[in-house]
Design a protein around this ligand. Sequence first.
Ligand code: FES
Ligand SMILES: [Fe+2]
Length: 407
Amino acid sequence: MHTATSLLDSCTPGMTLPQGFYLDKAIFEAEMQSIFQTQWLFAGHSCEVAEPGQYFTLSIGRESLIVIRDREGNLQAHFNVCRHRGSRLAWSDRGCVKSLVCPYHGWVYQLDGSLKAARLMGETFNPDAYPLVSTSVRELAGLVFVCFSPQPPDFEAAVSAIAPQLGPHRLDQAKVIARDRYHINANWKTILENNRECYHCRVAHPEFMLSNYDAGLPGDDRNKRFQRTVKDAYQRWQSMGLNPQDVSFPDGSWFRVARFPLRNGFLTESLHGRLTAPLMGNLPSADVGSLRLVGMPNFWGHANADYTMTTQVIPLSPEATQINVAFLVHPDAVEGTDYAVDDVAAVWRATSEQDWQICESNYLGVCSSAYQPGHLSPLMEASVAQFITWYLRQMTSHPSAASSSKW
Ligand code: FES
Ligand SMILES: [Fe+2]
């Protein structure tokens, strides 16, 4: 057990975190309270809950939510906790129901969370007094975010930056064609840190590097030719009404959105450069590059002309993390005629699985007695330093962490 102060004092700007942050169970518990209970979390996609009764669940730490479309068309996020004796109501990851029936004693809840019927509870029992406990949920251009806190952080800045750029991809009307679930033997921060840099891309990601530049990260302005390519692309995209803008964690906030050009000869992040599925949404052209999205602490995605990939990070313990990767295409696209799942997913399956391997390898070293915090490259890993700063700020600024003297 470390004291919060001693561990915080041992952090050095521009360097990776001390070992305790990756191993200590008490720190993991503090992260659950100070970050995963307080921040906006990526929960899933609007198109998976388009119709009344469609739902998916999100379970993190001790919490579980049912995100469900009600009869009025509103999205609701109910705690997956029965008001009778607390049982989980939904046992599946997703489904479609007329009402939520508790599998234990059969209490029945409406989609809006109100208790409709409670068998054999006596005449004085008032069902109106026992609706499901609900929390904050928002839809952003087809992405669904939830927050366990009754006072969620600002969401409007993310809407203003992301909606105009992601909107034309029409994720709200897309369909999920593949879901890959991974169990990674690494701390969730190791995975986020890896996502926040492309220093490793040339070494680890041959498929990704076919279509992508490893330039343009915050802090790296060496490549003047790339900057000209971006400027030219922005002019083209502006004329198409795509509103390109690089908004990277403004004022230390939790989100990033940036449209990046792909390499010559690549219309999408595919192995061959061609589109792998019909154009998404109402995109004006295939020449839209790749829209990169990040939401700390648990989301990143790339929206291409033909498909979108989303990644959801779910911490399980200090040393294990679940990752859910989804691929979405136009809802009318027909498998076998318009797309093949393996072709759509080729680059990101390869890239993600390479990432999990390097994260597990990195984490093994972080757990060694030989590990000491390492220097981050100011050119290639400034965004990792930014993530660590954001992380430490959450850990020290929320009352739940501040009130516990020991991590
Ligand atoms: S715990 Fe749900 S009906 Fe009893
Ligand atoms: Fe990577």
